[in-house]
Every structure is written in structure tokens, then in C-alpha cells.
Design a protein around this ligand. Sequence first.
Ligand code: UDX
Length: 440
Amino acid sequence: MIQMKKSKISVIGLGFVGLSLAVINAKKGFQTIGIDSDKKKLKNLQKAKIDFFEPNLSKYLKESIKSKKISFTENLAQVLKTDITFITVGTPSAKDGKIDLTSLKKVVSDLHKILKNKPTSHLIVIKSTVVPTTTTQIVLPLLKNLKNVGVAVNPEFLREGNALDDLMKPHLIVIGSKNEQDYKTLERYYKQFYQIMPDVIKTDQNTAEMIKYANNAFLATKISFINAIANICQKLPSVDVNTIAYAIGKDPRIGSQFLQAGPGFGGSCLPKDLSALIKFSEKFGDHNLFFKAVENMNQLQLLQIIQMLKSMKLFNSKKVISILGLAFKKDTDDLREAVSVKLVKNLLKNGLKIQVHDPMALLNFKNIFQEKISYFKKIEDCLEGANCCIILTEWDDYKKLKPTVFKKNMKERNIIDTRRIFDPAKFTEFNFKAIGLGPM
Ligand code: UDX
């Protein structure tokens, strides 16, 4: 078999998606250039220092720097040395919930100037999450009259904490393009990347963009659905939502994933994408009652926790609350849209004293709350003198904790397990409340 020369790759926007993508390309042997406008970040990356936590990313980055497969620059013109440019800049929520495309527009218009005189063909791949019609109505017009430049939409489905695995084994590749040549270029790259080619959906740009929103909105819906069921279970003696989720998850039409009831979904994607989808479709006069309900349901979960504290007579300024877990989920230090931030703000407003622990996100939390609360590196110290312990993130370290640790260190035996990591049967000596667990 003739071995095709590997494409040269550039990645613009070295956040969590862009950096993971750049590093995995380098690891797979593609010559890769990572581009970002943040000088401090670039300086750190050149020394293999990453400003967020993602399992194995740091190790692979070090290897890629050593093998000289990856380099970093702020100079966008370096894309000229490559064949394919992935755009992975952030598309955050504006204040009104709409998607903010400022960074994307800036990068695309700069690329227009740079790629104008490129003699060989170049493919721009939009990986940033963008609302439907962004590529056809904003990106393509900004790139007009570029002869050798193609554009494809190629949404990314990777999860924080699992990014590298998700990149290595995606459930699907979506390629949105109206141009057969652009589609083929991207497909060829993926054939070089994967030994076993994942399923590919070939579609147009608008559909590819909509697939990403539908995907994330469905995941958000599943979580809000199980949380709505959980809140009913909480009122029913001995009914546990985990049994319900297990049972309905066995139905192949439903599936078992994303049915873990909890304090509500956070992170950099689900809340932002749901809100952008709602705002986007309001343009067509749609009221979006369904997605608004999913969003409202998510916000309600915080009140469930406060309600539990109130019912335990712990919601007053004399009480010390110990919170285990701050990151929006385990295996990340990310606090974006984390329930922990909203909960602590609320508890502080009501005068409660807060002690927190997290294996990864403690420093990021301190940047928000400074001296207003107490931070602990050891779980036992965080429990010391507390009237109640709230588990907010499902870290594996917490799952191993025995009831004796709580008994020994806490002032009172109150536990709220929002992530359902403990077996309630082992905590019979406690006043134990949990999301989706009725009175035992
Ligand atoms: C999500 C999508 O899963 C991913 O495909 C997309 O590319 C980016 O957004 P991520 O934000 O990394 O990924 O986290 P995810 O694992 O989806 O969890 C999101 C939130 O939902 C977390 O707060 C998590 O704790 C919560 N969640 C998830 C639940 O409460 N219950 C579940 O069953 C699953």
C-alpha cells in the first residue's frame, strides 16, 4: 500500500479542545503548530506547562515537544506551513445568553489576509461550536475570493476529563461541507489519523452545526429528566432514583448513560449550548418551552440542596458546612458553571461558614472566594468541626471514604450526598440525605 504523506496541521485557539487536539495530532505523528494570542499561555506551553488539568495531556505534550512534532506560536501566518487549520477558539455565551462569535470572526478575517496568496490548497475546519448558518452566513463571506481555500464544519464531542480517549475513539465524525474536494481532504486526514476509521456522517454545514446543538441539548435533557424524577423520588419513602435509572437505562430505547441524578449539569458546554440554542431559535419566533424547562430544571437542583439544609435545620449562620468537591465533575479542575460556586455564594449570603476540599480545583476556587471561606488539602481537616458535609463532585477519592472518617471529624452527623456516591445503608447512624433518595 502506498503511504500518503501526513497532512501538516495547525490549531488556532489552545483552550481545552484545541490543546487536546493539537497534542493528540502530534502524538499521532502529524507535524502540528498550536496558535494562540495569549503570550503567557504560549510561553508555558513551550515549557510543557498547561493551565488546566486533563489526564495524560501533560505527559503527551512533553513527549511531543521532545520529538519536535509540536510547536507553539502567536503568529497566525504560520498556518502557511500547514495543510489543514482547525479553528477551536471559544464561542462563549454573551450576557443575554446568545453565542459570542467575536474571536471566530477575528481569526477568520485574519486568515483571509494570510491565505490570499497561498499557492497550494488549504482547508479550514470549524471545530468551535457555532449556531447553525454561522459558517454559510458569516465564515464563508469573510473568506470570499480565496481560490485555494476550502471550509468544512467538523464538530467535536469530547468531554473534559476524557478528552484524549474521546479523540482517539470518537463515536462519530461529522463532516459538513458542500464541496466534495473539502470533504475528501478532511476524510483523507482522518484516514491517516485512525487505524480503524470511525463512522462518518457527510452532510452540509448547517446540519453539521445543528447536530452539535441537538447532541448537547439531548444530553442536558436526559440529565434534567432524571433530576425531575429524582425530586419526586425524594418525597417517597424508600424509593431510590438510582434503581429507577438503572431499570429504565436497560431499555435500549433509553440507554443507561447520562441518567445519573445530581446537583445539575455544569461545565463549559451543556449550559452554554442550551442557552445559545434557545436564543438562536427565538429568532424564528419559537418560544422553546421545552428547552427552557430543561434549563429551569437544572437551576432548580441548587434549591433542592438548600431545601435539604433547611429541612435539617442547618441553614443558619451558626452552622459550618464542609463541601467535598468543587469541580463541575470529577477529573477536571474546571469551575465553569459549577454548582459549587453558586451554592457557596448563596450560603455565604446567608452567613453560613464554609470549608472546602477538592483534589484539583481548590486553587481556582480560592481565586473566586479569596479569604471568605476556608480551604483544606486534607479531607479530614475539611470535615473538622462541620455540622454538615455536602458531597458535590463524584471524585473517586471520596467514594472510598468510610463512615468512621465523618464520625471522627465532624461536629454533627449530617451528610448530603448530591452525587449518590455512598451506600445509604452504611450511613444509618447519620442523618443522611441524598438527591433522589426518599426517606429511609
Ligand atoms: C459535554 C459533552 O458531553 C461533550 O460531548 C461536549 O463535547 C462538551 O460538553 P463535558 O462538559 O466535558 O462534556 O461534561 P459531561 O461529562 O457531559 O458532563 C456535563 C455535566 O453534566 C457535569 O456537570 C456532570 O456532572 C453532569 N452530569 C453528567 C450529570 O449530572 N449526570 C449525568 O448522568 C451525566
